[in-house]
Design a protein around this ligand. Structure first.
Ligand SMILES: C[S@@+](CC[C@H](N)C(=O)[O-])C[C@H]1O[C@@H](n2cnc3c(N)ncnc32)[C@H](O)[C@@H]1O
Length: 208
């Protein structure tokens, strides 16, 4: 098992690297590592980033879109996200579990998304049942949004917590996507319950 010292060292390493490379959060490296391994993002993709503040993942997506790409990035969070300086970027402040914000995302995306990202974490109370319920609620909202706006064959990359409902979540995703893998990037703390689910090849909903 990884020592506390090593975990702290890794956390500091990515924190310093993010500062040096002008990323808003250490989390940027999680997406970079996931993208390197699974080839998830392309310059012409329309991407929705759920639970995006302070914007580290969205910065990585904007970088990949670059100057030539025709992609779009819509970033949603309860917190204000300092706008990313890229014409492909749109920020939405609000709760993505609500129908109002889900409708707003659909309007902005103007078509369908190629990729949905979710690094959303619930506010933890320390009370196991409540925390499990909140994590489940967030995961279900991410799945609802995917069903509504993901293109056929689109990809979903989401953070999930290994709690009671985790296996159910994986089972649901396996019904909806061609392949589902779970992974933990090096920059994710080994001791945390978080996992990243890479669901590729959306089989489509009735709306497609
Ligand atoms: C770990 S942070 C995301 C970090 C981000 N990926 C980055 O690279 O900067 C998790 C975020 O999820 C957001 N969040 C949690 N529940 C949410 C909800 N229901 N609607 C919108 N955002 C939510 C939190 O406000 C928090 O900013």
């Amino acid at each position: 098992m990884m020592s506390r010292w090593k975990a702290k060292h890794d956390k500091e390493h990515y924190y310093k690297l993010a500062k040096k490379q002008n990323y808003r959060s250490r989390a940027s490296y999680k997406l970079k590592q996931l993208d390197k391994k699974y080839k998830l993002l392309k310059p012409d993709y329309n991407v929705v980033d759920l639970g995006a503040a302070p914007g580290g993942w969205s910065q990585v997506v904007a970088e990949i879109i670059g100057e030539e790409g025709k992609g779009q990035i819509i970033s949603v969070d309860l917190e204000y996200i300092k706008p990313i300086d890229h014409e492909a970027y749109t920020g939405v402040k609000g709760d993505f579990t609500t129908p109002e914000i889900q409708e707003m995302i659909m309007e902005i995306i103007d078509g369908k998304a190629d990729v949905i990202l979710s690094d959303a974490s619930p506010k933890l109370t320390g009370i196991k049942d409540i925390d499990n319920f909140r994590a489940y609620d967030l995961a279900m909202a991410v799945i609802t949004i995917s069903n509504n706006i993901l293109k056929n064959n689109g990809n979903l990359i989401m953070k999930a917590f290994q709690g009671e409902a985790y296996q159910d979540l994986i089972k649901t995703l396996k019904q909806q996507f061609k392949t589902v893998k779970t992974t933990k990037p090096n920059s994710s703390r080994k001791r945390s319950a978080e996992m990243y689910v890479i669901a590729r090849g959306f089989k489509g909903s009735n709306k497609n």
